[in-house]
Design a protein around this ligand. Sequence first.
Ligand SMILES: [Fe+2]
Length: 285
Amino acid sequence: MFSSRIIRASIVPEHIPDGPDRIENARRVLAHDGAVVVGGLHAESDAIGFATELLGDRLVRVGRQFRADMTTSRREAGLVDAQPVDSRGRKRSFGSPEERMTAHNDGFAFGDHAPDHLFLWCSRPAMPSGGDSFLIDAAALVDLLRDEPRVPGLADFCWNTAIDHSEPNFPLPDPAPIARRTPSGRVQVRFHPYLASCPGAPPGHETMIGVWRAAVDHVRDNGPMFRAEAGEMLCIDNFRVLHGRDGYTDPDRAMSSIWAWTTDALAVPREALDIVAPDLAALHR
Ligand SMILES: [Fe+2]
């Protein structure tokens, strides 16, 4: 359905070496490319410290959201598996560590309260291999789709048609297009496993969402992946760039997911968020 040119939306992030200009260079590359890698961060506190310095005066809230390792993943996946199917027949799943992840923006369950920056700090990669990362510049992908002859209208659909971004059983209040420009001028382009048309929408909406899903999966499965080593951290524009990782089997692999909200965020939560059982009502109290 797609030509190989859409794989250009893949990002293999530039690695910024240590040095006096490291923060400035990382900031510049992050703004331009949507993602960047830094190394030499040997403790989670160093990683959060770097994120804090990188975002500077714009930072409102930053903190470790969760530790992604096999034990935590299996426990949380079990809790999510016990949650019921929703009224539209949709079911949440966190998947298993052995599976390649669906590309996503982090915090998608929280709608406008999602963090605008994401930091993935690797304390230990999978040995001897596995768990490689992938990044997709979703804003670039929508642009590339404009010239794909077999999916006419998809880019316009992404920009102009409000859809339901809710997770099953955790409804968000406001439908919104897949792609939008935020009040601060950032571009936000969203993808996760549960995108759905609004109730009562024409069937063509669900078809278009399916084609968007196929485009994202195509880039994920045909674009490059890369390995994050111990002490490295991926710094990601979580509005513009989708991320995920390949499957792994090493029980000692561990990454920390650090979420950050800047003055560009649409809304900033007052408390840490629970991804297993999102309390959306609390965000609006
Ligand atoms: Fe994630």
